[in-house]
Design a protein around this ligand. Structure first.
Ligand SMILES: [Zn+2]
Length: 271
């Protein structure tokens, strides 16, 4: 039965095929049990015990799919599925599992778990890709506990130094470096050492673009609040583009950036 389905799916190569929406939904709901928040949302702020628990669950799911987990010195997680051409850099997809104090279930979590669902679908259908695929969970995208937001991706992109980021403090005077160490999610890998061919991020849009287009978001999506405003992923996008450009080109990423700037309503990268 399974092999029949695989054969059938393999015949679909080159065509669009579907992920398992129910499975993605179940994973979103499972992750949302960690760090419950207000109004059915989540409070899973960066480098807390809840963040550590969410990371462990994500790691467990990745291991079940045979992915190799990379961890850099900012605690960013890179779950890798090898491609068929070892000379090619990975295509990255991902976002963030941390939330605002009154955050929603979806937001960046959807971006990470949708990446995982892509992997699950590829594994299930036996499809190999030429490029490796890495599903990324950036540390401290939200920036409420430790300012600024997009911290680890900022270090990755060369906007901040590692030591500067480590020294950022929360309201209780605890530092990023000490809290990373405490929750056990500090890696050995140099931040920014990884090469990438492209980066895709699926992210719940909650900002003014929807209002401008008179689109009423689904009630569930409303739980994702626009605390970080519409510049959140746009800044990360621009930083990653700058980094890719410095790294000797990354045409796909630049194309994505241009697409996002010219078609903001497409929800490619929120803005
Ligand atoms: Zn976000």
């Amino acid at each position: 039965m399974a092999s029949d389905m695989n054969t059938e799916m393999m015949d679909q190569r080159g065509k669009n095929f579907r992920i398992n929406g129910d499975r993605l939904w179940d994973s979103l709901m499972e992750m949302a049990k960690i760090g419950p928040g207000v109004a059915g949302g989540n409070n899973r702020q960066t480098l807390t015990d809840e963040d550590a628990e969410g990371r462990s669950l994500y790691q467990k799911w990745c291991e079940a799919e045979g992915l190799e987990m990379g961890l850099d010195k900012m605690g960013t997680m890179f779950a890798r599925r090898e491609g068929t051409d070892p000379s090619l850099p990975p295509v990255m997809v991902g976002s963030h599992l941390d939330t605002q104090p009154t955050g929603g279930k979806y937001d960046g979590v959807l971006g990470v778990l949708a990446g995982l669902e892509i992997i699950r679908t590829l594994n299930e259908t036996g499809i190999r890709t030429r490029h490796p695929i890495e599903v990324v969970n950036w540390t401290n995208e939200e920036g409420t506990r430790f300012s600024p937001p997009m911290m680890a991706s900022g270090v990755f992109a060369g906007v901040h130094t590692l030591d500067w980021a480590y020294g950022r403090t929360d309201a209780a005077g605890k530092t990023v470096g000490a809290e990373l160490e405490r929750i056990g999610w500090i890696g050995d890998e140099e931040v920014g050492a990884r090469k990438l061919a492209a980066f895709f991020e699926l992210h719940i849009e909650q900002g003014p673009i929807l209002g401008a287009h008179r689109i009423d978001p689904d009630a569930k999506a409303r739980q994702c609040r626009p605390w970080h405003g519409a510049d959140h992923a746009a800044c990360r996008r621009d930083r990653l583009v700058a980094r890719a450009a410095r790294g000797g080109g990354c045409r796909a990423l630049r194309c994505l950036s241009e697409f996002a700037q010219h078609h903001p309503q497409q929800g490619c990268v929120h803005r």
